[in-house]
Design a protein around this ligand. Structure first.
Ligand code: TXA
Ligand code: MG
Length: 345
């Protein structure tokens, strides 16, 4: 398949290209598009045959449901069985934006999107290209992240082009994603409301509307074989580069001491380090900085994981310091990238 690339900037929208992208969706095709979090791989959420193609293009397990994207909060009612007042309040406060809300669903949405669950995940991205694309399509867009299953989510057009060329009809190439990790997922179909995935909206922001929200324990704990987590995606190894990733967390001086030891112990391997701030390790061939704070870390994380692979790193040590605000989202993605290999120092 020849994949069309529609290149444009968020603040310089090419309406005719988005119209073509919308037409591909109405005709049952797949289009990758930028959002403020990561790139999505979209299909018409009302067309089960089109949605099935998403699973094929990504190599995604069919028991992992998709998020349905809308242009406006008011459009969500089309797929929800009910809109609890607190869910509405949450959406009004943080949407459009990097938030996904789980609601009880109605029959408009098929079983392929929801993987047979009686709930549906809904989200209104704030990225203007995404919203205008959804408006032009004229239907809600079911979309997971636009990476091959298991790979880091794509945060730049070249990531999507690498993973999806030849597999889908079109890619809207609209620059780098601001947030860099996926949306915050809140389950509002249960009591108390539950944080299923930390992301662009932080726990303390959520608590301003939902003081009783509880974080699901699987955010930082791996899922055992016989468990069925509330968010099916939790049980899969995610965001994994080809390199083996090890997270080293604690106080920065302890982290550095430990990484120096580890570099010495693994001297035969091509070693990468993802640093907090700038720091140089002798013996490491690829050093990438994740910036100063966790907001910047989130922005750079997936990009860096892909970069380590491009540069041939075999073993990557990732420094991680604190859990404030964006820290929970970063830590959750790092733990998954490392498949749970975490050293506390
Ligand atoms: O930022 C984002 O959320 C991006 C952009 C493209 O919007 N999308 C994204 O989709 O990250 P994906 O498919 O990579 O992750 C969606 C997660 C999966 O872990 C899935 O299991 C969970 O949402 N999910 C979807 N529907 C659900 C439901 N009804 N109940 C619980 N979890 C659900
Ligand atoms: Mg994903």
């Amino acid at each position: 398949m020849n994949t069309q690339i529609f290149e444009m900037e968020e603040h310089n929208i090419d309406a005719s290209k988005l119209e073509k992208a919308g037409e591909i969706i109405r005709n049952g095709g797949l289009v990758a598009f930028p959002t403020e979090t990561v790139y999505g791989l979209g299909a018409n959420a009302y067309d089960d045959t089109a949605v099935k193609k998403i699973y094929g293009a990504k190599g995604r397990p069919s028991d992992n449901p998709l998020i349905v994207h809308f242009a406006e909060v008011s459009d969500i009612e089309a797929v929800a069985a009910e809109m609890p007042p607190r869910a509405h309040e949450l959406l009004e406060k943080f949407s459009p934006g990097p938030l996904t809300v789980i609601l009880k669903r109605n029959d408009r949405i098929g079983n392929t999107v929801t993987a047979g669950l009686d709930t549906v995940a809904v989200r209104i991205p704030v990225n203007e290209l995404a919203r205008e694309f959804i408006r032009r399509a004229g239907v809600p867009i079911a979309a997971p992240s636009a990476n091959l299953s298991g790979k880091p989510s794509p945060t730049a057009p070249e990531h999507v082009i690498n993973d999806m060329s030849g597999r889908i009809e079109a890619i809207i190439a609209g620059g780098e994603c601001d947030v860099g990790v996926e949306s915050t997922i809140v389950d509002m179909s249960c009591e108390p409301p539950t944080l299923l995935r930390p992301g662009g909206i932080t726990l303390s922001e959520l608590r301003t509307v939902l003081p009783d929200i509880v974080p699901d324990r699987h955010i930082l704990q791996s899922v055992e074989e016989n468990e069925r987590p509330k968010c099916p995606g939790m049980k899969y190894k995610h965001y994994a580069p080809d390199a083996q990733v090890v997270v080293i967390e604690g106080k920065i001086e302890n982290i550095r001491r430990k990484i120096k030891e580890l570099i010495a112990e693994n001297s035969g391997k091509k070693i990468g380090v993802l640093t907090v701030g700038e720091y140089s390790y002798s013996g490491a061939e690829v050093i990438l900085s994740a910036g100063g704070g966790n907001k910047e870390y989130a922005h750079k994380l997936f990009f860096s994981l892909r970069r380590f692979d491009e540069l041939g790193a075999e073993l990557v040590f990732a420094e991680f310091c604190d859990d404030e605000e964006y820290g929970l989202a970063v830590r959750n993605r790092l733990y998954k990238a490392a498949g749970g290999t975490v050293i506390h120092v």
